[in-house]
Design a protein. Structure first.
Length: 246
């Protein structure tokens, strides 16, 4: 697993786990310039969502590789953990690691549901999208509202990620978004946990599970769609995540 870092390693750590539609650091171009002023920012590139291509692994295996990297780099304290969309399930696995001190955790547009039907529907959506990108290249991204926040450089990277994606990776990735089983409760002493949903976000399908968990504050952001709050209002987003930006 490739792990990218930004800023001064002497500063508090912010660990950011990306989404599917915005792989790697493309998920965090809006908040990265703000965070590196105060944090050492760590962005793992999830398996199966990288270029050059890597094989997709399970949510737990993704988390284990991140945890191994943290241990190898002697990082025992995370000031801010952010999981976006599919990355929220990987972040949730990291939250289970009681040895790791985490001050603030935010799960934005979380994918924390177990539903074969939703997994199948998402698989067909992803399959259609990837076929279009392989056929039309950058034009497919430019035409999609979903990718409106990509820079030209980011578009080229995303295109390479999806053009290299094989059928097995596509299927495993799609169904993994709806194969997550939450525990009855998450207990972490000293960790503030927040779940953020846009008012118009399809991720609200996860709300029943998150509410039953009763392990963090839930925020519904008016007028926002999937990950829109982070991209369009990065300062307000980070403050809603519990950060004091000074």
């Amino acid at each position: 697993m490739k792990v990218e870092t930004f800023g001064n390693p002497e500063k508090p750590v912010a660990l950011l786990v990306h989404s599917i539609f915005y792989p790697g650091v493309t998920s965090y171009k809006s908040i990265l310039p703000i965070l590196i002023e105060k944090y050492y920012v760590v962005v793992p590139n999830l398996n199966g969502l990288t270029y050059p291509h890597t094989d997709f692994t399970s949510t737990r295996e993704q988390a284990d590789e991140i945890i191994e990297w943290l241990k190898e780099n002697n990082i025992k304290h995370i000031h801010f953990l952010l999981g976006s969309s599919y990355g929220s399930s990987v972040a949730f696995e990291i939250l289970k690691e009681q040895w790791l001190e985490i001050d603030n955790a935010a799960l934005d547009s979380p994918a924390l549901k177990n539903s074969k039907l939703h997994g199948l529907l998402f698989y067909h959506e992803m399959r259609k999208m990837v076929k279009k990108i392989k056929r039309e290249g950058l034009e497919a991204l430019k035409e999609s509202v979903k990718y409106r926040y990509l820079t030209n450089k980011d578009e080229e990277y995303c295109m390479k990620v999806y053009q290299c994606m094989d059928e097995k990776t596509l299927r495993d990735l799609s169904f993994s978004c709806y194969e997550y089983i939450l525990p009855s409760q998450l207990y972490r002493k000293g960790t503030e946990v927040r779940f953020l949903f846009g008012e118009n976000d399809k991720a609200q399908v996860n709300l029943p599970e998150v509410r039953n968990l009763k392990s963090g504050e839930i925020k519904i952001v008016d007028g926002m769609d999937h990950l829109q709050f982070m991209f369009e209002k990065p300062v307000e987003f980070l403050e809603e995540c519990g950060l004091d930006l000074g």
